[in-house]
Design a protein around this ligand. Sequence first.
Ligand code: FAD
Length: 310
Amino acid sequence: AFDVLVVGGGPAGAAAAIYAARKGIRTGIVAERFGGQVMDTMAIENFISVKYTEGPKLVASLEEHVKEYEVDVMNLQRVAKVVPGSEDGTTLAEVQLENGATLKSRTVIVATGARWREMNVPGEKEFRGKGVAYCPHCDGPLFKGKRVAVIGGGNSGVEAAIDLAGVVAHVTLLEFADELRADAVLQKKLYSLPNVTVIKSAQTTEVTGTDKVNGLVYKDRKTDETHRIELEGIFVQIGLLPNTDFLKGSLELSRFGEIIVDAKGQTSVPGVFAAGDCTTVPYKQIIIAMGEGAKASLSAFDHLIRTSTP
Ligand code: FAD
């Protein structure tokens, strides 16, 4: 059995495993795909102390760092269920894999990340990283002085549009419904900006481009007419989906499906911790996920020294 079993091999999971292994305790990682979202990332310019790197390169460093320690890495394994152990530590937690195997551990750290909801229109996948972006904090500066669209008029979309308006030449915000859903204070700020256009009842139907994005096509849902906008970038802000479906019923989740954690990364169940994009911790970023992973791991260690060995 493990002392700490980490579910997820992204930045949060890797950090958690390294911090645990450095305590000299039995540590394992189960991951569907080691590296997580970072594997899909092109340029990374906000991983502090590294001016520029690329996703696969950062993942290789993460893997190298994890392998420096005695960590049992079980890659390409998907977890189907987590059954918590007993509160006093006398019964171990069980992590059931989709292949039928069961792993046992004194503590579990869930770091299964999240994924951006996609528009599912032609061109979106093709131009991902070539003009189609999901994270304004990450990719906003790449569009300095250019024209971009933000898809989605909820809080994240409107926040993104306000943020981007300070960096890019012009922002067009497209909302599917006939009203923005963002908080009034955000809408007020948005409408005060000179370089933002808001288009409501707009359904994006296509992303166009050659080697990179050069525009988008949308349908006016009131008139059924299609329109084209010329631009260089598209930020899709229609939701972030935490990878937590397999935890329903075992851990307390927010209405967005995020694992509810306290300041120490403790979930609603003793002995089960969580970190990174799958949790309620705001701002989904690599550096934040790593810090949260380290924190959850130290909390797991703290839990171990206070509970008896089964
Ligand atoms: P993830 O990276 O999502 O990792 C989750 C891990 O859990 C993966 O190993 C996955 O396979 C595994 N997993 C999921 N479900 C299961 C299961 N049931 N069983 C087993 N394993 C499972 N952030 C920045 O700071 N800077 C950037 O420039 C940047 N650019 C980005 C660009 C793109 C295209 C994307 C998608 C994201 C970007 N981000 C960026 C965000 C950043 O990648 C995430 O915040 C970060 O990866 C979150 O780390 P995590 O460990 O919490 O989750």
